[in-house]
Write a protein that binds this ligand. Structure first.
Ligand code: THU
Length: 137
């Protein structure tokens, strides 16, 4: 992927992995595609558990996989929720995790398909972040 981010391509990658989600309880499949600084992409899916609270969302799976592989800087993330009729935004826990590694202006694109996707940012979803915003003051 080049300098200008191709959100459609990134979203398609999120969509294509969503079918591999482990979601036997909710039946709600989610895929995430995280664009790294070097242009490569790390994907993730939601991984549920019979102890429901242990579920890991797709975007956290992608971030944790990328960080585990040694990456620390991310340019964008796309989240695909093909089982929904409208864009489902990241949960509060995921917003916190995204904010740990992504600057406020980092794009977050989410939707059931690319045509209906919402184009947001980490800062919009998680404002007044002490790590990135207030620390610079
Ligand atoms: N889920 C995600 O993976 N990401 C989101 O942004 C929204 C919710 C998952 C968690 C759970 O496995 C299922 O969707 C239903 O909430």
């Amino acid at each position: 992927m080049e300098n200008s981010i191709e959100y459609g391509k990134l979203f398609d990658m999120a969509l294509s992995v969503a079918s591999g989600a482990y979601a036997p309880y909710s039946k709600f499949h989610v895929g995430a595609a995280l664009l790294l600084e070097d242009g490569s992409v790390v994907t993730g899916v939601n991984v549920e558990n019979r102890s429901f609270g242990l579920t890991n969302c797709a975007e956290r799976s992608a971030v944790f996989a990328a960080v585990s592989a040694g990456h620390r800087k991310f340019r964008a993330i796309a989240i695909a929720t093909p089982d929904s009729a409208y864009p489902v935004s990241p949960c509060g826990a995921c917003r916190q995790v995204l904010s740990e590694f992504m600057a406020p202006e980092t794009p977050v694109v989410f939707g059931p398909d690319f045509a209906r996707a919402v184009h947001s940012t980490v800062g919009e979803l998680f404002p007044f972040d002490a790590l990135h915003e207030l620390a610079g003051n």
